[in-house]
Design a protein around this ligand. Structure first.
Ligand SMILES: [Zn+2]
Length: 385
């Protein structure tokens, strides 16, 4: 597995507020005696860049993949992920069905491929931190109250950061480059603070980690960082473009949705859903009541269900049954066709019946149909704000 280390220049263009939750103090790191500098934790950067990429993936593929974080934070507090799209492969996560009772695995877990540590600034005369006082505003009336609060904020300055992608395919790196370039609001209180412009300075490629943000920040300036990369001949710079355009990213997301990584992840997610008896029943009833549900149950003379046949079916049989239902279900065909058209992108001819039939045989296609049956539109944090 290759490690691609993206060296990112993050220029804070206004004031920034980077504090730990529940504490209003700026996160600091002591580089040396009397050399304390503000830092930005990697998780804060990752959350923003993940959202940027997820928004694009939803737009291009029509997947229902949302990042809903519980107040406690951390990966364990995240729900709403589809775990069957390129963004989920890149950033990882967990998927657990809301209902239990299945015989199979209870959840699917994907390890992340993108690793963030934190952004460290170059030295800055005068410390670069100030306190600003603000009036408390009554949220109900909008009236300015008398109580004053204080925000500790960072003045405009440059941070250097190294983000690592572990992959054997440069396309994952390109997707993250696009996401980093298109993200620009970070930290607390992003309506007022935290405008950052990102640019990728270089990508180091190796089978082991070769550079860190903290060491680069110690070099003292962006110019020194650039000299370091050109002087140090044993560092291999990846020969990939350091910028990724909007036209390219649409194509990239469609290609990655068909990658073995996404197919494998979608397969693990589908096995979790299909093992839940109640979910399989919902899928069957939604897509082909007449055919599939008739096959699913043995009824007595009065028409009452005596027992269900599918209870004993293994996951492969359940998947095969859904594929069979597709041949007779116009609703299922239409839904499959829509997702397949999104996956193929503009300028490609209409998918044939054969294309549609084989789409659901694949794990990505199956995930989309299960999602369309069970998924409710989750609310993103941003949508609530
Ligand atoms: Zn996803």
């Amino acid at each position: 597995m290759n490690k691609y280390q993206l060296v990112v220049l993050r220029s804070l263009k206004g004031f920034g507020q980077f504090v730990t939750e529940s504490r209003d103090e700026t996160n600091m790191y002591e580089f040396g005696d009397g050399d304390e500098r503000p830092i930005i934790f990697g998780e804060k950067l990752k959350a923003v860049e993940r959202r940027t990429i997820m928004r694009k993936v939803r737009e291009v593929l029509g997947v229902r993949c949302w990042l809903t974080t519980a107040k406690k934070g951390g990966d364990s507090g995240i729900s709403g992920l589809c775990l069957s799209c390129p963004a989920c492969v890149l950033f990882g996560g967990t998927y657990a069905p809301k209902k239990g009772g299945g015989v199979g695995q209870k959840n699917a877990i994907e390890m992340r491929r993108a690793f963030y540590t934190g952004a460290f600034p170059f030295p800055f005369a005068g410390g670069g931190i100030r306190d600003v006082t603000f009036n408390a505003v009554d949220e109900r009336t909008g009236q300015t109250g008398q109580a004053l609060g204080t925000n500790q904020i960072i003045e405009p300055r440059d941070f250097i950061d190294v983000v690592t992608v572990e992959a054997n395919d440069e396309r994952w790196v390109r997707l993250l480059i696009w996401g980093i370039e298109r993200s620009d609001r970070y930290g607390a209180n992003t309506r007022i603070y935290g405008e950052i412009h990102n640019s990728i300075v270089g990508v180091v490629e190796d089978t082991r980690l070769r550079t860190t943000a903290i060491d680069l920040a110690r070099l003292g300036s962006m110019q020194k960082v650039q000299e370091h990369f050109f002087k140090q001949n044993d560092l291999t710079l990846a020969g990939i473009p350091l910028t990724c355009g909007d036209a390219e990213v649409d194509r990239l997301i469609r290609e990655l949705a068909r990658s073995t990584e996404v197919e494998d992840l979608a397969g693990r997610r589908n096995r979790v859903d299909l093992s839940v008896a109640d979910y399989f029943k919902q899928i069957a009833e939604r897509w082909h009541k007449e055919l599939l549900t008739k096959e699913l149950a043995i009824k007595d003379a009065t028409g009452k269900v005596k027992k269900v046949k599918w209870d004993k079916w293994d996951l492969a049989t359940r998947h095969a049954q859904i594929c069979e239902a597709l041949e007779a279900s116009e609703a299922l065909k239409t839904a499959s066709r829509e997702h397949l058209t999104a996956l193929r992108g503009p300028g490609v001819s209409e998918p044939s019946d054969d294309d549609v039939a084989s789409f659901v045989k694949g794990q990505y296609g199956l995930a989309r149909l299960i999602e369309a049956t069970l998924g409710e539109e989750a609310e993103d944090e941003e949508a609530v704000a």
